[in-house]
Design a protein around this ligand. Structure first.
Ligand code: C5P
Length: 225
């Protein structure tokens, strides 16, 4: 592998309120390991080194550090504190990102990403400056208005956006100098607001984000295979 050094910012500081319960979903165990570990292991499986930056809330840091020591997992990594939104969590992570690198920002609750897909994404992000994976919806999509009306959208015009989203470090750092906007629900929305054209690349169909208790049940079956 030639080119820039590779980094992963893995955001795992959400409270996971849609899951119910008190333990955030990224720390729930499947097949004897926290979901977050499954996710990080996908990056460690690449044929070249990837610097790992894991964003965790102060409340859960001690638990995570203890887990890593006791299970001899991940000896060298940065562990910035989570922020109030995902935007603030990524912003906190950027101080640990060296310049002239390429970085994948990935949700800690997406453990189904494959090393092959990560390699493709790193390649595209480094070449294009930004690469954002997206898939067409399989379902029909309607726009709701808050009133009784709803409108069907042209499915061919819709894409569902995933992570990892990969950027040259200077692109992501420049974008995150913007002030927070509630419309920033992923990194591409921030980079776009900073004036860059987003490069969509084909996503990975089953790269699901574990969000609800039902997702967790399905994840148990898939990760135990
Ligand atoms: O809330 P949402 O499902 O969009 O979260 C996506 C990812 O962002 C999750 O991995 C979550 O842990 C992370 N996150 C974070 N800091 C926050 C909110 C979400 O790291 N304040």
């Amino acid at each position: 592998m030639t080119g820039r050094n590779k980094y992963a910012i893995i955001v795992a500081a959400g409270s996971g309120t849609r899951m119910g319960g008190t333990t955030p979903k990224q720390f729930l165990e499947i097949d004897g390991k926290p979901i977050l570990r499954h996710t990080i292991e996908r990056f460690l499986a690449l044929p070249y080194p990837v610097g790992i930056i894991v964003v965790i809330n102060d409340e859960h840091k001690d638990w995570w550090k203890k887990y890593c020591v006791e299970s001899e997992f991940l000896e060298r990594y940065a562990i910035p504190s989570g922020g109030i939104t995902r935007f603030h969590s990524v912003a906190n992570a950027l101080q640990y990102l060296p310049d002239d690198t390429v970085v994948a920002v990935h949700d800690g609750v997406r453990p189904f990403v494959t090393p092959e897909f990560l390699e493709e994404m790193f390649r595209a992000g480094e070449e294009l400056g930004n690469a954002v994976p997206a898939v067409p919806p399989v379902e029909t999509v309607r726009e709701v208005t808050g009133g009784p009306e709803s409108y069907v959208l042209r499915r061919d015009d819709i894409r569902l956006v995933q992570t990892p989203q990969v950027f040259r470090s200077e692109v992501l750092k420049a974008a995150y100098r913007l002030p927070y906007d509630p419309a920033f629900t992923d990194d591409a929305s921030v980079v776009e607001a900073a004036g860059y054209r987003i490069n969509l690349v084909p996503g990975l169909r089953h790269n699901d984000k574990i969000t609800t208790p039902e997702d967790l049940e399905i994840a148990r079956l898939r990760l135990a295979l």
